[in-house]
Design a protein around this ligand. Structure first.
Ligand code: NAX
Length: 328
């Protein structure tokens, strides 16, 4: 029998966890032939709820689910993990300033980074979904000096998928016609979904749309504010779609991007496209043999330049704030 792949999920008793765990256990990440062991981290008061979720996992009798460990100590839960999906985070409460939010999350992602550094498998890949995802990833990465920096990434795949879906609907084409979508910058309202390099049926997407007003004043804000629209409609934040995007992201990292296409991932900037080095920012990336690389050589016009700069300036401010708090 094959040794199970160990996948850690934090915030496992939360909304996203409730979708994510069942998809993982059913083989959506690793396929039908690879057994998976789930290692689930929660805060102590949520462990009872998590036990209930594990009862449901048991009741599915998933053939690929080789075991489940739960607990509240990252040093135990991250032992030997090959993939860490860091979903649990501290949401912004009433009256909370950004500094408070970053500090509260630093209290989660700094110790989790240290625990991964000490206990994860040597091939660990870490995906941060919990918000503020990019800066939480920077905190975790900075606290895990022995894990190669390229093994940390933050989720902008949900934004990427939203952009594909909006464009496909506008042009009346299936989502499979759309390639080379890019989200640049921060997973926040300043993100920049870029149609100038995207393709629809092999044709440039911005040209196919042929409507700069729609692109600038409908498409970009619709994608960037989609999370708020979901909350408004559903009464709670996106969960199933976020779980699905987390799996897409982690699976692309394993399986690679298709020839002639790329994806969006928030990864450590090497200064490409003028994005300050050392920020975790979303880029167009290709993945091959488990390694991502930032797509090079795209021409950036003034419109895109301004959007990318605005979003990365926000990331730089967040970095300064967490530096000031001694979190990185
Ligand atoms: P929930 O509040 O339903 O669940 C979060 C869970 O995390 C809770 O069960 C909580 O007990 C747990 N938790 C808190 N601190 C923890 C710690 N130190 N260790 C382990 N677990 C801990 O939130 P949910 O809707 O599941 O969303 C989770 C995170 O994803 C939030 O930060 C949210 O903002 C973020 N999102 C990120 C998205 C992205 O595209 N990057 C989109 C969806 C989502 O908004």
């Amino acid at each position: 029998t094959t040794t199970p792949v160990k996948v850690a999920v934090t915030g496992a008793a939360g909304q996203i966890g409730y979708s994510l765990l069942f998809r993982l256990a059913s083989g959506a990440l690793l396929g039908p032939d690879t057994p998976i062991q789930l290692r689930l981290l929660e805060i102590t008061p949520a462990l009872k709820t998590l036990e209930g979720v594990v009862m449901e996992l048991d009741d599915c009798a998933f053939p690929t689910l080789a075991g489940v460990e739960i607990g509240d100590d990252p040093n135990v839960i991250f032992d030997g993990v090959n993939h860490a999906l860091l979903v649990g985070a501290r949401p912004r409460g009433p009256g909370m300033e950004r500094g408070d939010l970053l500090e509260a999350n630093g209290g989660i992602f700094a110790p989790q980074g240290k625990a991964l550094n000490a206990h994860a498998a040597s091939d660990v890949r870490v995906t941060i979904t919990g918000n503020p995802a990019n800066t939480n990833a920077l905190i975790a990465m900075s606290n895990a000096p022995d894990i190669p920096t390229e093994r940390f990434s933050a989720l902008t795949r949900l934004d990427h998928n939203r952009a594909i879906s909006q464009l496909a609907a506008k042009l009346g084409v299936p989502v499979t016609e759309i390639k080379k979508m890019t989200i640049w910058g921060n997973h926040s309202a300043t993100q920049y979904p870029d149609l100038f390099h995207a393709e629809v049926g092999g044709r440039n997407a911005a040209e196919a749309v042929g409507d700069q007003d729609w692109l600038a004043n409908t498409f970009i804000p619709t994608v960037a504010k989609r999370g708020a629209a979901i909350i408004e409609a559903r009464g709670s934040s996106s969960a199933a779609s976020a779980a699905s995007a987390t799996i897409d992201h982690a699976r692309t990292w394993i399986d690679g991007t298709a020839e002639g296409d790329w994806t969006s991932m928030s990864v450590l900037s090497d200064g490409s496209y003028g994005v300050p080095e050392g920020l975790i920012s979303s880029f167009p990336v290709t993945v091959s043999d488990g390694q991502w690389s930032i797509v090079q050589g795209l021409e950036i016009d003034d419109f895109s330049r301004a959007k990318i700069d605005a979003s990365t300036a926000e990331l730089a401010e967040e970095r300064e704030a967490v530096k000031g708090l001694g979190l990185i």
